[in-house]
Design a protein around this ligand. Structure first.
Ligand SMILES: NC(=O)C1=CN([C@@H]2O[C@H](COP(=O)(O)OP(=O)(O)OC[C@H]3O[C@@H](n4cnc5c(N)ncnc54)[C@H](O)[C@@H]3O)[C@@H](O)[C@H]2O)C=CC1
Ligand SMILES: O=C([O-])CC(=O)C(=O)O
Length: 328
């Protein structure tokens, strides 16, 4: 029997949490031979703690053989204690009359505190995935608030955007989604993101050559992927939950167990390549192996792509400037 892996999840009683925890406990994220201990954080509110209790009761009722323990708490330092993996899902949602800037500041407080708690008590190798919006900037704040942990351990979720783009591309090109390789989503998890299929292939054949439709790319594909989150809210009356949980599982599974040479998109602190200033939490193509991600380097950036990549960068820099006064 392997040693259990400690997986912390914040916002555990929320809708993504409800789609996520049962799959982690059944071995879909870390493997069918890997025991896990779930360390679940919720707000110190009666309603949130009661909901968390209910979720824990349901986890118990599944009798998952791989579930080696469950901790439910309202204290970040308890939830993150020795955590090997931290999924930061809980965030302040946008309320009536709240501007994007207010949302940013409310969340900055949460992610400053959670970054500091990770810094204090988590495993020194903790792999952090930020899902809660604005995901890239929240991840940046957590990273900056955890100076004793390696910056590369902090990532933001662009995988839902990557998966959305894969599906749209497969439908347009008439190929199987699982056959598509070398897709990228650059930048921020927001409508400014740039899904880039210039290098995408299926069965070795270029999808750009196959589709050959610059108008579809600029006016359908890119905006549809960028606005998919809003389209789901419009249709469901609630934001994406099962697909977001699925993407979180894909992100961590590939990071821990490897992507088998495939490109996947992760929001990671920039190393300065592709003209993205160092430290900016930006979606890039990576290949994962042995628990580490490696950027796909040396891709040609044409004029159209440069513009799209700079636009999403400008938004991230604006978000970063908006919270700079809160970070030391
Ligand atoms: N990066 C991405 O691709 C996606 C991100 N999201 C974001 O994920 C976040 C969660 O979404 P849902 O689960 O649908 O929301 P939800 O509102 O159903 O659940 C969030 C939970 O987090 C808890 N929470 C709030 N602040 C917390 C804190 N400081 N510590 C611990 N728990 C806290 C709340 O009590 C609530 O139970 C939202 O910010 C949403 O916008 C959603 C879809 C995709
Ligand atoms: O748009 C939202 O609020 C939820 C989200 O991030 C997505 O579905 O991509």
């Amino acid at each position: 029997m392997k040693t259990p892996v400690r997986v912390a999840v914040t916002g555990a009683a929320g809708q993504i949490g409800y789609s996520l925890l049962f799959r982690i406990a059944s071995g879909e994220m870390l493997g069918k031979d890997q025991p896990v201990i779930l360390q679940l954080l919720e707000l110190p509110l009666e309603k949130a703690q009661a909901a968390l209790k209910g979720v824990i009761m349901e986890l118990e009722d599944c009798a998952f053989p791989l579930l080696a323990g469950i901790v439910g708490t309202d204290d970040a330092e308890v939830a993150f204690k020795d955590a090997d993996i931290a999924l930061l899902v809980g965030a302040r949602p946008r309320g009536p009359g709240m501007e994007r800037k207010d949302l940013l500041l409310e969340n900055a407080k949460i992610f400053t505190a959670q970054g500091a708690a990770l810094n204090k008590v988590a495993s020194r190798n903790v792999k952090v995935l930020v899902v809660g919006n604005p995901a890239n900037t929240n991840a940046y704040i957590a990273m900056k608030s955890a100076p004793d942990l390696p910056a590369k351990n902090f990532t933001a979720m662009l995988r839902l955007d990557h998966n959305r783009a894969l599906s749209q591309l497969a439908a347009k090109a008439g190929v199987a989604v699982g056959d598509i390789e070398n897709l990228i989503v650059w930048g921020n998890h927001s409508p400014t993101m740039y899904p880039d299929y210039r290098f995408a292939k299926a069965g070795g054949a270029s999808l750009k050559d196959k589709i050959g439709d610059a108008d579809w790319n600029a006016n359908t594909f890119i905006p549809q992927v960028g606005k998919r989150g809003a389209a789901i809210i419009e249709a469901r009356g609630l934001s994406s939950a099962a697909s977001a949980a699925n993407a979180a599982i894909d992100h961590i599974r590939d990071w821990v167990l490897g992507s088998d040479g495939k490109w996947v998109t992760m929001g990671v602190p920039s190393d300065g390549s592709y003209g993205i200033p160092e430290g900016v939490m930006y979606g890039v193509p990576v290949i994962t192996a042995n628990g580490e991600y490696t950027r796909v380097e040396g891709l040609e950036i044409d004029e159209f792509s440069r513009k799209a990549m700079d636009k999403t960068l400008a938004e991230l820099e604006e978000e970063r400037a908006g919270v700079a006064h809160l970070l030391g």
